[in-house]
Write a protein of this length. Structure first.
Length: 390
C-alpha cells in the first residue's frame, strides 16, 4: 500500500512533466500531451484544469483534425509571472526582468561607487527592483524570484559570496540579505556561470553541448558547460581561470597571487596598457571609442589585451576541448578588434584538431548574458518539480 506522501509526490511529478512539456512545446492539445508523456487522458485533463486555474496555461482555440472533433489547443502563459536577473558588476549593476519564458521585458543599469558595502549594494538593488516592479503589467503570480550573478567565489547552495576580490567581499550571505527585503527566493551564483547558462538556454549556446563563456570585464571569469551541464567542481567554485598564472613573476592581483590572466586581459589591463602608451588616464569605454575613431595607441592596447586573452583561451581549449568560446561582458564591445589577436594567439598555441573544430565569437546576448542567466536560475528552480519522494 502506497503512502499518501508517495501519491502526493507522483501527482506533483506528473504536474511538473505536463507543465514543462507545455513550456517548450505549446501550443499542444490534451491528447498530444497524453501521447507524449504516457499519462492517461483523465490524469492529463485534471492537471491541465489545475494549471489553467493557476493561470499558467491558456486555451487558445481549436486545432486541426483529420476526422472527429477538433482538439482544443493549450498555450503556456509566459506572462503569468516574472523573474528578476541581476548582473552585479564591480562598478555597475545591470538588472533585467523577464517573463516565464526568459523574454526580457525591462532593463535597468546604474553605476556603483567604489567600496560599496554589501548592505549598501543590497539597498540599491532593492530600490531599483521596486521601481521596475511598479512598471510591470499585472500578473497572477507577480515576481516569483531573483537570481544574482556575482564576480567571485560563490556557495550556490547557500547563496553565500565566499570571496569576491574585486568587490573586497568575504563570506557575504547575499541571498539572505536580499530575501529579507524582497520576501522572494533569491539564488546567487558566479557571474560567469550565469553568463554561460544564459547563452546555453537562450543564446547561441543552444546549438552546442560544450562551451565556455568568458566574462571579460574588470576581471576575468569563466563559465563552463560540458555535456550540456554547468561545471561547478567538488566545492562549487570551478571556473576561476581568470586567476590562472600566465606570468610567473607578474603583476600582483587582487586575489593575492602574481601574474594572473585578468591582470593582462581585462578592462583594467586595457586601461593600464593605454596609459603606458600615451600617459593618459582613460576609461575602457573611452579607449574603445578612440579605437573606433582610428587611434593607433588604442589599437595597440587592445591587440595586447587580445593576445593575452588568447593565451588563456588556448589553455582552456587544450584542457577542455569546447566547440564554442564566447567572450562576454564589457570588453566584448571591442568586437573584431579583440577577436583577431585573440584568435591568432589561440591558433599559434593550440593543437590543430581542437582549433579547427572551435568557434570563437562575442556573446550573442551581449551585456544581458549574465543577468539573463541569473534569471534562468529562478526559472530552473521554479519549474524543476519534486526532487525526492516524501
Amino acid at each position: 500500500m502506497k503512502r499518501t506522501g508517495d501519491q502526493a509526490f507522483i501527482k506533483e511529478l506528473n504536474k511538473s512533466i505536463v507543465l514543462n512539456l507545455l513550456r517548450f512545446h505549446s501550443p499542444i492539445s490534451r491528447t498530444q500531451i497524453s501521447v507524449q508523456t504516457g499519462l492517461n487522458k483523465a490524469t492529463v485533463s485534471s492537471i491541465v484544469e489545475e494549471l489553467i486555474h493557476e493561470d499558467l496555461v491558456l486555451e487558445i482555440g481549436h486545432g486541426r483534425a483529420r476526422v472527429g472533433r477538433r482538439p482544443v489547443l493549450l498555450l503556456f502563459n509566459s506572462r503569468a509571472g516574472y523573474v528578476v536577473g541581476v548582473d552585479l558588476g564591480v562598478d555597475y549593476v545591470r538588472i533585467i526582468v523577464s517573463d516565464l519564458s526568459g523574454e526580457i521585458v525591462a532593463v535597468r543599469e546604474f553605476p556603483l561607487a567604489d567600496n560599496k558595502s554589501p548592505q549598501q549594494m543590497v539597498e540599491s538593488i532593492v530600490h531599483a527592483v521596486d521601481d521596475l516592479k511598479a512598471e510591470l503589467p499585472s500578473s497572477s503570480l507577480g515576481v516569483i524570484g531573483m537570481g544574482v550573478g556575482v564576480p567571485g567565489l560563490v556557495d550556490y547552495s547557500h547563496g553565500i559570496v565566499l570571496n569576491a576580490p574585486n568587490l573586497a567581499w568575504r563570506d557575504v550571505h547575499l541571498s539572505a540579505l536580499l530575501e529579507n527585503y524582497l520576501n522572494l527566493p533569491v539564488y546567487v551564483d558566479n557571474e560567469a556561470n550565469t553568463g554561460a547558462l544564459g547563452e546555453k538556454l537562450f543564446g547561441v549556446g543552444k546549438e552546442v553541448s560544450d562551451l565556455i563563456y568568458i566574462s571579460a570585464g574588470t576581471g576575468i571569469g569563466t563559465g563552463i558547460i560540458v555535456n550540456n551541464e554547468l561545471v561547478r567542481g567538488s566545492q562549487g567554485i570551478a571556473g576561476e581561470f581568470g586567476h590562472m598564472t600566465i606570468e610567473a613573476q607578474g603583476l600582483k592581483c587582487s586575489c593575492g597571487n602574481h601574474g594572473c590572466l585578468e591582470m593582462y586581459a581585462s578592462e583594467r589591463a586595457l586601461v593600464q596598457k593605454y596609459r603606458q602608451l600615451t600617459g593618459l588616464a582613460c576609461s575602457s569605454e573611452d579607449i574603445l571609442a578612440r579605437l573606433d575613431a582610428g587611434d593607433a595607441d588604442a589599437l595597440r592596447a587592445i591587440q595586447t589585451v587580445g593576445q593575452y586573452l588568447g593565451i588563456g583561451v588556448a589553455n582552456l581549449v587544450g584542457g577542455l576541448n569546447p566547440s564554442l568560446i564566447l567572450i562576454g561582458n564589457r570588453l566584448s564591445a571591442a568586437g573584431e578588434w579583440l577577436l583577431r589577436p585573440l584568435e591568432q594567439a589561440v591558433q599559434n598555441r593550440c593543437f590543430t584538431v581542437p582549433y579547427t573544430q572551435l568557434r570563437i565569437q562575442t556573446s550573442s546576448l551581449g551585456r544581458n548574458a549574465c543577468a539573463v542567466g541569473a534569471a534562468s536560475l529562478v526559472l530552473h528552480e521554479y519549474f524543476a518539480g519534486p526532487q525526492t519522494a516524501a
